[in-house]
Design a protein around this ligand. Structure first.
Ligand SMILES: Cc1ncc(C[n+]2csc(CCOP(=O)(O)OP(=O)(O)O)c2C)c(N)n1
Ligand code: SF4
Ligand SMILES: [Mg+2]
Length: 329
C-alpha cells in the first residue's frame, strides 16, 4: 500500500494532553483518499477523541478489512498496533486478538460493503458475543474502492451516479446491532464532528460491543441528487436526538439537550423505524447498557491477558491432567 509519511515537526505551542502528547502524536500517514471524502473526517474525529482521552498510542489496536474505509487506519494513530485484514474478516481477527490480549483498546474500522455484504456474518457474531471493542462502519452506501456499486445499505429508491434506481431493500446496521445485543449503539455523520468526537470517546470508554454507524459520503460516487447518503441529503434530513458531552468515568457523565432539539428515542416502540420511513436519519447515541458484560466476562477468563501467562499458568501439570483424564474414563 502506498503511503506518505507526515513530517514530524510541529508548532511548539500546540496543546498537550495529560501524557504530554500533542494532536500530532495521534495522526498517521498523509491520506490518499479523494479530497472531501467523509472517511477522512472520521479519522480526524478518532484522532481528536484519542488525544482528548490521553490514550497511550501503544495501548490501541486498530483493525480493518478491505475498502477505502478500511484503508483509513493508515491515516490515524500511526504509533498504534494495526492489522489490515481480509475483506469482511476484521471482526474475527479482532475477536481473536482481544481474547489473546484483553489489555488493549480495540478499534475496528469497516465499510458498509465490508460489513453489510461479505462480512455480515462476522459482524453479527462479534456483536452478539459482546467483544469489547469500538466497531465503526464508515457508511457511504456504495463500494467506494471498486468504483461505486450499490452496497447493501443503499436505500431502496436511491439513485446511482448514472441514474440507476436501487430496487433492493437496505440493511439497517443500527437495527441489526440493537437486535444482536450490542451494548452501545449510535449513528452519526462524518460532517458532524461536534457529535462524533464525544460519541467515539464514549464508545472507547464503554466496556462491551460498541457500534457506531457513521454516514460518510463518498464524494466520487455517491454525492449526487437522488442519493440518500450525500452531504446535502444527510444535512437536510439529519435529526440529532441528543447532543453529547462525554466525560471519563472518573467524573460525572452528562448529556446536554439543546432547547427545542431534544427528543428521547424509545428503542422498542418503532419510532426510529417511522423516521426511516419518512426519509429522516436519526443520529446520536441511540442505546447504551452501561454495565454490560463483555466476552471475557461471559467466558470467565482470568484478569491477566492470556498472552502474558507463562507455562506454569497455562499448563495444569501432568498430575492434574491425569486426574482429569481419569475422571472422564
Ligand atoms: C474477497 C474479496 N471480494 C471482493 C473484493 C473487492 N472489493 C474490494 S473493496 C470492496 C468493497 C468496499 O466497499 P466498502 O466496504 O463499503 O468500503 P468503501 O470503499 O466504500 O469505503 C470490494 C467488493 C475483495 N477485495 N476481496
Ligand atoms: S472513492 Fe469514495 S469512499 Fe473512496 S476515497 Fe474516494 S470519496 Fe472516499
Ligand atoms: Mg462503502
Amino acid at each position: 500500500m502506498t503511503y506518505i509519511v507526515k513530517p514530524k515537526f510541529h508548532h511548539p505551542a500546540l496543546p498537550k494532553n495529560a501524557l504530554g502528547y500533542t494532536h500530532r502524536d495521534y495522526e498517521g500517514s498523509v491520506s490518499t483518499l479523494c479530497a472531501g471524502c467523509g472517511h477522512d473526517s472520521i479519522s480526524g474525529a478518532i484522532i481528536q477523541a484519542c488525544f482528548e482521552l490521553a490514550l497511550p498510542p501503544h495501548r490501541i489496536a486498530k483493525l480493518s478489512g478491505i475498502g477505502c474505509s478500511s484503508k483509513t487506519p493508515t491515516y490515524f494513530l500511526g504509533q498504534s498496533h494495526g492489522f489490515n485484514s481480509v475483506h469482511g474478516r476484521m471482526p474475527s481477527v479482532l475477536t481473536g486478538a482481544n481474547l489473546a490480549n484483553r489489555d488493549l483498546i480495540y478499534l475496528g474500522v469497516s465499510g458498509d460493503g465490508d460489513t453489510a455484504s461479505i462480512g455480515l456474518g462476522q459482524f453479527a457474531h462479534a456483536l452478539r458475543r459482546g467483544v469489547n471493542m469500538v466497531y465503526i462502519v464508515e457508511n457511504n452506501g456504495v463500494y467506494g474502492l471498486t468504483k461505486g456499486q450499490f452496497s447493501a445499505t443503499a436505500d431502496r429508491g436511491s439513485k446511482s451516479k448514472r441514474g440507476v434506481v436501487n430496487t433492493d431493500n437496505s440493511i439497517d446496521l443500527v437495527a441489526m446491532a440493537l437486535q444482536l445485543g450490542a451494548s452501545f449503539v449510535a449513528r452519526s455523520f462524518s460532517g458532524d464532528k461536534t457529535q462524533l468526537v464525544p460519541l467515539v470517546r464514549a464508545a472507547i470508554e464503554h466496556c462491551g460491543a460498541a457500534f457506531i454507524d457513521c454516514i460518510s459520503p463518498c464524494v466520487a460516487f455517491n454525492n449526487h441528487p437522488g442519493s440518500t447518503k450525500s452531504f446535502d441529503y444527510v444535512r437536510e434530513h439529519n435529526e440529532a436526538v441528543n447532543r453529547l458531552d462525554f466525560m471519563t468515568p472518573r467524573e460525572e457523565i452528562t448529556v446536554d439537550y439543546a432547547p427545542g432539539a431534544v427528543e428521547i428515542v424509545e428503542q422498542h416502540d418503532g419510532s426510529k423505524q417511522e423516521r426511516a420511513a419518512e426519509g429522516e436519519i436519526v443520529t446520536g447515541l441511540l442505546f447504551v447498557e452501561p454495565e454490560a458484560a463483555d466476552l471475557h466476562a461471559h467466558l470467565e477468563t482470568v484478569d491477566a491477558p492470556l498472552n502474558a501467562l507463562g507455562e506454569a499458568e497455562l499448563c495444569p501439570g501432568s498430575v492434574t491432567l491425569a486426574k482429569i483424564n481419569a475422571s472422564l474414563r
